[in-house]
Design a protein around this ligand. Structure first.
Ligand SMILES: NC(=O)c1ccc[n+]([C@@H]2O[C@H](COP(=O)([O-])OP(=O)(O)OC[C@H]3O[C@@H](n4cnc5c(N)ncnc54)[C@H](OP(=O)(O)O)[C@@H]3O)[C@@H](O)[C@H]2O)c1
Length: 279
């Protein structure tokens, strides 16, 4: 397949390239070569490249930054996605779009399924939801892949931050009342690679298996990396950040399983492999 990837120099973009390059022809774009907010540019580029499928891994992903810069958030995560959907319609190709657990409000006592009511509580979540809505309005053939708590080799992320902090702190405070599923971008990229060959369009939750709080995750990272740090649990309220986050955003990968795909491995296995790779 000829696959056009946006945001290809991002954290997920990097692993998508690695996982897909041997099997497919890739057209790689970055914010410099294809700014998804440029409507005419997007349509011209995609009509010219004429891909079999587009994977959108471009987004404005700074969750706190979105609160102070909502125009940029809606422009990239909403209008940018609309532009891509319109271009895909023009060349009659499906769009794979990456969305987020932050479209849910976090008030739940069981993992969220694809059909659950959405209710984002941050600008980031609201802008990502806009993107989902545009796709559903414009296209019939799409994969909306909601994932969570990503980390990978090519980007800033929670495990890297923890290991960096541990170099000069003996004690680190970490939030314990936000629960989700850390997900390795490489595993997600493999999942997307399977999905695009299925033609089973729709909305998918796709994360590694299992769940934990940030605090539990930090403790596990230090255990695996064999680093001696005292992790002090704090509430999200105590650890004030500009954007509110859902308290519980575990995603049940229900459509994934119902379509016969094998669940992604546990987050504990994935983070072990990742730490081995970066240390
Ligand atoms: N990170 C997470 O924890 C997480 C969790 C759930 C879902 N997601 C979703 O997963 C996807 C991938 O996330 P990620 O962590 O890999 O993101 P990332 O590392 O921040 O990469 C995003 C990419 O988007 C590009 N980009 C930004 N604005 C653009 C524009 N106007 N036009 C074209 N490209 C633009 C950036 O390019 P420049 O660097 O050149 O600006 C960057 O390469 C995103 O859709 C994100 O919302 C992420």
């Amino acid at each position: 397949m000829k696959i056009l990837i946006t945001g290809s120099n991002g954290m997920l973009g990097h692993d998508l390239i690695d996982v897909l390059k041997n099997k497919h022809e890739l057209v790689l774009t970055t914010s410099k070569t294809l700014d998804i907010t440029d409507k005419n540019g997007v349509i011209e580029f995609i009509v010219d490249a004429h891909p079999d499928i587009v994977i959108n891994s471009a987004a404005y992903t700074d969750v706190d930054g979105c609160e102070s810069n909502p125009e940029l958030a809606y422009s990239v995560n909403g209008e940018g996605v609309k532009n891509l959907a319109m271009a895909c319609k023009e060349v009659n190709c499906p769009l794979v779009h990456i969305s987020t657990d932050y479209i849910f409000n976090g008030e739940n006592d069981r993992p969220w399924i694809e059909d659950d009511d959405i209710g984002p509580i941050s600008v980031y979540g609201k802008s990502k939801l806009k993107g989902e809505e545009y796709i559903q309005e414009i296209l019939d053939e799409y994969y909306i892949v909601r994932t969570a708590w990503l980390y990978g080799v090519n980007g800033r992320n929670f495990p890297k931050t923890m290991l960096e902090l541990a170099k000069n702190h003996s004690e680190i405070t970490v939030v314990y009342d936000e629960v989700g599923t850390p997900t390795y971008t490489r595993d997600l990229a493999y999942g997307i690679g399977q999905l695009i060959e299925s033609e089973a369009y729709g909305i998918y939750h796709l994360t590694n298996s299992g769940s934990c709080s940030w605090c539990e995750f930090a403790r596990y990272i230090f255990e695996v990396a064999d680093v001696n740090v005292n992790v002090v649990p704090v509430t999200a309220k105590e650890f004030a950040r500009p954007a509110p986050r859902p308290h519980y955003s575990v995603l049940e990968n229900r459509n994934w399983a119902e379509n016969g795909f094998v669940p992604l491995r546990s987050y504990k296995e994935a983070i072990k492999e990742y730490i081995e790779l970066i240390k």
